[in-house]
Write a protein that binds this ligand. Structure first.
Ligand code: C5P
Length: 343
């Protein structure tokens, strides 16, 4: 591809690399998920406070005869390897935009729980976009990549950006948030996934059943919690814990996830009993997220959760971390372009 004024890219793009490109991309936890009413387009308006955490997938793009997806890692058998995989759709979308064929082999080294409410599929889509852009030398601008991310899904733009951000609209309109320090988390990965649309539907059903109504016309606009944003800004873990559990949970999808998977309330309680400062369902679940004081606290809570037999695995992680980044050749932590101050 040389120049393409129809996409607004008129500079000579960087030469395509002949070799493979690997992109590392983080999971997210929603420190707040305020869900407004159901819109006419089937989505819900959100005030979605995202935090990128240090569970990562790696997506490697290599030249191939045709679009092909493979995966590795314990959850790999759960991943679709056809066009149902959002990473495949990302490659096709970018290729289509630049009028080229998506001749790429995408390999996903999977560490983010699948269908766990941690945006694993969205992360792979963002990583595939960045990897294919580098492999093909398409030279898409950041704004263009963000626009393509939003086409792919509500959480995909945040996987590109990382750090901490407020998502409005259906979650795709991002404002980066200032944070201080690093928060320690434990994630209890449940057996089996929960379907995000099913959890939103259950949220609507519970709202209707309670007589509050479920549509945008009936419900107030979702707003971020000032206390929660302040806790992120100052890095005060106990203030963040208080904000996470204010009014029960900062996650409006929590009641719906618990309704579909009642056993999650025992997992939440087990983490709190083990010393977590706050326990919430992560996004649409079924992963549960535990905010802890520090590293030793994280190990203690993760150990107790593993011993409880209430989850498939318990993982410790830090946040915020940087969004999707090319891994420099020769391996090592992604350095070039990493957001300032983010591991
Ligand atoms: O955008 P994404 O493809 O991740 O959304 C998956 C589904 O989750 C949507 O089809 C919709 O049912 C639900 N959703 C929603 N409101 C949002 C985001 C997602 O209802 N803001």
């Amino acid at each position: 591809m040389t120049s393409d004024t129809s996409t607004g890219v008129d500079a000579v793009p960087a030469p395509a690399t002949a070799t493979a490109v690997t992109v590392r991309v983080p999971a997210k936890v929603n420190v707040q998920l305020a869900v407004g009413g159901l819109r006419a387009d089937g989505f819900h308006d959100l005030a979605n406070v995202f935090l990128a955490v240090s569970l990562h997938d790696e997506v490697t793009a290599a030249p191939a005869e045709e679009l092909r997806i493979t995966a590795s890692g314990p959850d790999a058998p759960l991943l679709p390897t056809d066009r149902a995989n959002l990473a495949a759709r990302a490659a096709e979308l970018l290729a289509d935009r630049y009028g080229i064929e998506p001749r790429v082999h995408l390999h996903i080294a999977k560490d983010i729980p699948v269908a766990g409410g941690m945006a694993g599929g969205s992360a792979d889509a963002a990583a595939a976009l960045v990897a294919c852009d580098a492999l093909w030398g398409t030279g898409a601008s950041r704004a263009e990549l963000l626009e393509l991310c939003a086409v792919l899904g509500s959480d995909v733009p945040f996987s590109l950006v990382g750090g901490a951000a407020l998502g409005r609209g259906r979650g795709e309109l991002l404002t980066p948030l200032e944070t201080a320090g690093t928060f320690h988390w434990v994630f209890a990965v449940a057996d089996g996934g929960l379907s995000t649309p099913a959890v939103y539907r259950e949220c609507d059903r519970l709202r209707l059943a309670s007589g509050r109504g479920a549509t945008v016309a009936e419900l107030p606009d979702p707003e971020p919690s000032p206390g929660l944003l302040e806790a992120l800004r100052t890095g005060e873990v106990r203030a963040l814990a208080a904000a996470l559990t204010e009014g029960g949970s900062s996650n409006d999808l929590q009641a719906a996830a618990l309704s579909l998977r009642p056993s999650l309330s025992r997992t939440l309680a087990a983490g709190e009993e083990a010393g977590a400062l706050a326990a919430v369902v992560s996004g649409s679940g079924p992963t549960t997220a535990f905010l802890v004081e520090d590293g030793p606290g994280a190990e203690a809570v993760a150990g107790a959760l593993r011993d409880s037999g209430l989850c498939r695995s318990a993982r410790t992680a830090l946040g915020p971390v940087a969004g999707a980044r090319v891994v420099p050749l020769g391996g090592g932590a992604p350095g070039a372009g990493a957001a300032a101050g983010l591991p």
